[in-house]
Design a binder for this molecule. Structure first.
Ligand SMILES: [Zn+2]
Ligand SMILES: [Zn+2]
Length: 235
């Protein structure tokens, strides 16, 4: 794990079970910030790409979960970067709305849910957020398209043949890209049917590489892997 270059200008920052990503061009763009207290490894990735912390200008957040927004406050304090997030998740990060708990309709949510809530870190609220909606072009890395699906933003970067940053809308932990549904994968999914619909929406996009919050990236023909999975879901 650690820091790995996965495409031209693109780095994966592994933090145990979750990954953040960094694009180093004239400006540096960070996609998700991983767990709390992980600012230093993000800045290390920037310096490995021969960029300074002042070059970090944009932080794109896929959703409110603490394993993705954990280090955003620390990173903003060190860099003056702007953070972009969907309005529904912005309300949670600002502290205006409580985060939804684990899904108690499934067994893992009922059994592990209370424990997960206890070990989930409480984050400091952040006021300054750039609210980002479906179809918006975020002015980062020459333009990144935001795609909103249930509870989530993914980002499509048109460079390098298209790179999809799927956050948790899709994971790649068990044999291929999957929506977050099922016995364990769905623990923090609020709506299973919508999660599958989200996956189908993302599979319609054109991209060569796909990056996930959980699981390794697909470095080529990623789009075909998504299409195969959509066919399996339909059966
Ligand atoms: Zn999540
Ligand atoms: Zn996650």
């Amino acid at each position: 794990m650690g820091i790995e270059q996965i495409a031209l200008d693109v780095y994966r920052i592994g933090m145990g079970y979750v990954s953040a990503y960094l694009i180093a061009q004239d400006e540096v763009t960070v996609i998700d910030t991983g767990l709390p207290k992980h600012r230093e490894i993000i800045l290390k990735a920037a310096s490995q790409a021969r960029r300074k912390r002042e070059d970090v200008k944009h932080i794109l957040l896929t959703h409110h979960h603490a394993d993705h927004t954990g280090s955003v406050a620390e990173l903003m304090a060190a860099t003056n970067a702007r953070a972009y997030i969907h309005p529904l998740d912005a309300a949670i990060i600002r502290g205006d709305k409580p985060a939804p708990g684990p899904n108690r309709d499934i067994l893992a949510g009922r059994i592990l849910g209370p424990l997960m809530v206890r070990i989930t870190p409480k984050l400091q609220p952040i006021e300054a957020l750039q609210e980002t909606n479906d179809g918006d072009e975020v002015p980062a890395a020459g333009g990144m398209k935001a795609i909103h699906t249930a509870g989530h933003l993914s980002f499509l970067w048109p460079q390098n043949g298209g790179i999809l940053f799927a956050g948790d809308a899709v994971s790649n932990v068990f044999r291929g890209p999957r929506p977050p549904v099922g016995a364990l994968g769905g623990m923090f999914t609020e709506d299973m049917a919508q999660a599958k619909e989200s996956f189908r929406k993302l599979a319609e996009l054109e991209f060569e590489v796909a990056c996930f919050g959980h699981g390794g990236p697909i470095k080529g023909k990623a789009h075909a892997a998504f299409r195969r999975e959509v066919e399996k879901l339909a059966k």
